[in-house]
Design a binder for this molecule. Structure first.
Ligand code: ATP
Ligand code: MG
Length: 239
């Protein structure tokens, strides 16, 4: 079964401060994704990878086309769905892990990680224990667990970001550069955690520039070049 079907998607940005200059960030994007699949989204900087992910999560509203997501309650077009439905899906099924952590002021690292978990694990002590276990696995020093991530290093913030996105086992995970600022050992741990999610049925769309991560993690790749899909791989073969 397909979890996602993207049909003829385009995204045009109107830059008002530049006399309405138009940037066509995505052009005629079509692809499908099977349930339980891990797709790697690749391509040069500026090719449109994050924009595509944000259109799927509905941070950006696509200019035209369809994004059909097979939710547990039936299919839904993420381009046309009303905001309430999108918010509900974000709470229950779809998680997005951005390239950079947007830090919530004065919330401890553990509670940032628990944000999604608190919805399904009502016992906050148990949820925090689970978050600490995950942070320990990710090698985040224990004296940082109760600190505010605003002062953390890039790699420390990234681990918080990844932990927050995966801890509640989302049905569909959109993850932008999960291993970019991690050392080799932590990179392996993050890859293993995402593979574990897949074993439990999560479908994953993952942006990465990192060959090692792509080789170890993804079932197939989709490459973007200036907003268009230029290559799709099926069973390890380019088509
Ligand atoms: N909010 C926005 N407003 C205007 N232009 C945007 C916006 N977001 C993205 N763009 C433009 O869309 C194009 C694609 O950007 P995008 O961030 O999707 O690239 P990317 O492939 O994720 O790059 P990177 O690998 O550097 O993260 C770029 O030209 C970018 O300037
Ligand atoms: Mg990007």
């Amino acid at each position: 079964m397909n979890i996602l079907e993207v049909n003829d998607l385009s995204k045009i940005f109107n830059l008002h401060i530049l006399k309405n200059k138009k940037i066509e960030a995505l052009k005629e994007i079509s692809f499908t994704m099977k349930e339980g699949e891990i797709i790697g989204l690749t391509g040069k900087s500026g090719s449109g990878k994050s924009s595509l992910m944000k259109c799927i999560y509905r941070t950006y509203l696509a200019s035209s086309g369809e994004i059909i997501y097979a939710s547990q309650d039936g299919s839904i077009d993420m381009v046309k769905a009303d905001d309430h439905r999108i918010i509900e899906l974000r709470k229950t099924e779809i998680n997005y892990c951005s390239q950079f952590l947007s830090v919530i002021p004065r919330v401890s690292a553990v509670d940032v990680v628990c944000e999604n978990l608190f919805r399904i694990e009502k016992n906050k002590t148990r949820a925090r224990e689970q978050a600490k276990e995950m942070l320990e696995q990710l090698g985040l020093p224990s004296d940082l667990w109760d600190a505010f991530p605003v002062t953390f290093s890039g790699g420390e913030q990234q681990r918080i970001n990844v932990a927050r996105a995966i801890i509640a086992g989302p049905r569909f995970l959109l993850i932008d550069e999960p291993t970019a600022s991690l050392d080799a050992r932590t990179k392996d741990i993050v890859i293993d955690m995402i593979v574990d999610l897949k074993r439990n049925g999560t479908s994953v769309l993952c942006i990465s520039h990192d060959e090692y991560t792509l080789d170890r993690l993804v079932d197939r790749r989709i490459e973007l070049q200036t907003g268009r899909i230029t290559a799709v791989e099926m069973d390890g073969v380019e088509v």
